[in-house]
Write a protein that binds this ligand. Structure first.
Ligand code: NI
Length: 253
C-alpha cells in the first residue's frame, strides 16, 4: 500500500474522469492520499474531496502563484475550513517560487509568512513549495521553529535537506527521481534518513519515467517506490511500508 502525499486531484486535468479514477485508486494500491490546496477555491475543492472519499485527506493554503490572494479574509476562511473538517491535516501548499516572477517576491514572502503563522496557530504541519528560492525559504523556516512539515518536490541540495531534517522536516520526492538526469534528487534520496522520506506524484504534473510528458496520476506512484528501493538497496515492499508510515507520521493520521 502506498501513500501519495501530494496529489492535486481537484485539478482541471481530472475533470473528465475524476470519479472513475478516484474509485479505482485503492485497487491500484493507493491506500492514502493528501490533496493540498493551491488557492482558496482549490482548498475548498480539496476539502470537499476528502469528505467524499475515505482514503483522501486535504490541506488548505495558497501556492506562491496565488500569493496575491492571501489576506485576512482568506486566512479566516482557511481557519474555518480546518475547524469544520477534521480531515484537513496541513497548511499547504505554501512557499516561494522565484522561477517565474509573475508575483513579486515580497508578496510571496508575506503570504508564506502569514500561512506559516497560521500553521503555528492551528498546530498543523506545512506543505512547502520552494523553487529557486532556497535562501529566503530557509530564512522563513528559521523564523518559525515550532512549525515543521514537508518540503515537497524537493529541488535543493543534500546539505539543505540535512539542515531541514535536523529541524524536524520531511522531504518529498516526485517522478523527478526516475529521470535520467536526476543526479541531484538521487543524491539527496540516498543520503538523508529513510524515516524522513515521503513519496508523491504532484499529479497531474511530474510524470515518472516511462510516462514522462503524459498526465500524471497516483496510479504511477509505484515507479517512485521502485526507484527509491533501488537507491537504498531495499525491497519495494519495505519502501512501501516505510514511506506509508512516514506519511502517516507527517500528517498525523
Ligand atoms: Ni503541488
Amino acid at each position: 500500500m502506498l501513500f501519495d502525499t501530494h496529489a492535486h486531484m481537484d485539478d482541471r486535468a481530472f475533470d473528465s474522469d475524476r470519479t472513475e479514477l478516484l474509485s479505482s485508486l485503492p485497487e491500484k494500491g493507493i491506500g492514502l492520499l493528501m490533496n493540498p490546496g493551491c488557492s482558496l477555491e482549490s482548498s475548498r475543492n480539496a476539502s470537499h474531496l476528502s469528505q467524499k472519499y475515505d482514503y483522501i485527506y486535504a490541506a488548505v493554503g495558497s501556492h506562491p502563484d496565488a500569493a496575491d490572494e492571501v489576506n485576512g479574509e482568506v486566512l479566516e476562511e482557511y481557519r474555518t475550513l480546518c475547524k469544520l473538517n477534521p480531515k484537513i491535516r496541513a497548511i499547504g501548499e505554501i512557499g516561494l517560487d522565484y522561477h517565474y516572477e509573475d508575483i513579486p517576491r515580497e508578496v510571496q514572502q508575506k503570504a508564506f509568512r502569514a500561512q506559516m503563522a497560521l500553521a503555528r496557530e492551528l498546530n498543523l504541519p506545512a506543505i512547502v513549495h520552494e523553487r529557486e528560492a532556497h535562501e529566503d525559504g530557509m530564512r522563513i523556516v528559521e523564523e518559525f521553529p515550532e512549525v515543521t512539515g514537508v518540503f515537497h518536490c524537493y529541488s535543493g541540495s543534500a546539505e539543505m535537506a540535512k539542515w531541514l531534517v535536523a529541524r524536524g522536516w520531511y522531504i518529498g520526492f516526485t517522478g523527478v527521481l526516475t529521470f535520467k538526469n536526476a543526479r541531484k534528487a538521487v543524491e539527496v534520496a540516498a543520503s538523508i534518513p529513510l524515516e524522513r522520506i515521503v513519496l508523491e506524484t504532484d499529479c497531474p504534473y511530474m510524470s515518472p519515467e516511462p510516462f514522462r510528458g503524459k498526465r500524471n496520476d497516483p496510479g504511477k506512484l509505484y515507479r517512485m517506490a521502485e526507484k527509491l528501493a533501488e537507491i537504498r538497496g531495499l525491497s519495494v515492499d519495505e519502501i512501501h511500508r516505510i514511506t506509508l508510515e512516514n506519511g502517516k507520521r507527517l500528517y498525523r493520521i
